[in-house]
Design a protein around this ligand. Structure first.
Ligand code: CA
Ligand code: CA
Ligand code: CA
Length: 242
């Protein structure tokens, strides 16, 4: 056996060990600065390797107003890639400084409402998005893999749209259905959300740690990511090389 061959074997063992270690810890996405409140300034979600599953998202709703955002930090919107809708589920793990009462919302890439939640149960004010358990192995609320927008908010800050008459329409009926995961309000299925939120309770701020299933790293950068690349001149470079 040559030295070169042994070196190759050593390299393979090392790579395998590193891959095993990262699987053990679990890929984790941490909110970069402050995720925005709209589809346009959502944070792109990837694991630290840049590809593969995303199993947790950690961040915080800091409340207040001030340095980061004059309107405060009461909503965080993430752009995610749902790779397997049949196992899509997002729940909060309890943290010491957790948001006392939060809500979660999911929109497709066009902003149409897909699912939302206020509370897991009358005893648990953490929201839960659970698409598992539809008939025939399908998702309960959606079946198409692809890009979605996930929002976590300070309750009772809810997604709405202003219709042509200037009347606000809530996209989900969380007042009538405050527990578990729910689909869009009747007649709201085709409305398009961009950035509108109802008023939060300023007392609902803190950290959150989302346990995530059915989500992979984004395959392509979103509008926010593209803007950063454009500033760095990387988009043009890539196009020239392609
Ligand atoms: Ca935030
Ligand atoms: Ca925010
Ligand atoms: Ca809640």
């Amino acid at each position: 056996m040559s030295r070169q061959f042994l070196a190759v074997i050593g390299g393979v063992v090392l790579v395998t060990a590193v891959a095993g270690a990262s699987t053990y810890r679990g890929p984790n996405f941490v909110e970069p600065g402050d995720a925005g409140s709209s589809r346009d300034d959502a944070a792109d979600v990837k694991n630290p390797n840049g590809s593969g599953p995303v199993t947790s998202i950690a961040g915080s709703l800091e409340g207040g107003g001030g340095f980061r955002s004059v309107d405060g930090d009461y909503q965080d919107v993430y752009r995610i890639f749902v790779s397997d809708p049949s196992i899509f589920k997002i729940s909060l793990t309890d943290t010491t400084f957790g948001v006392p009462d939060s809500m979660m919302f999911l929109f497709n890439k066009d902003g149409n409402p897909i699912m939302a939640s206020d509370n897991t149960s009358p005893q648990n004010f953490n929201p839960i998005l659970d698409n598992i358990g539809g008939s025939g192995g399908q998702g309960q609320f959606f079946d198409q893999p692809g890009i979605y927008y996930l929002a976590i908010t300070s309750a009772p800050s809810q997604a709405f749209v202003d219709n042509v008459d200037g009347v606000a329409t809530l996209l989900f009926d969380l007042f009538e259905q405050p527990f578990g995961s729910i689909g869009p309000a009747q007649g709201a299925e085709n409305l398009t959300w961009t950035s509108e939120w109802t008023t939060p309770n300023p007392a609902n701020f803190g950290d959150y740690d989302l346990f995530v299933s059915g989500v992979d790293s984004l395959p392509i950068p979103g509008p926010a990511g593209l803007a950063v690349l454009a500033v760095a001149g990387l988009v043009g470079t890539r196009r020239r090389r392609a």
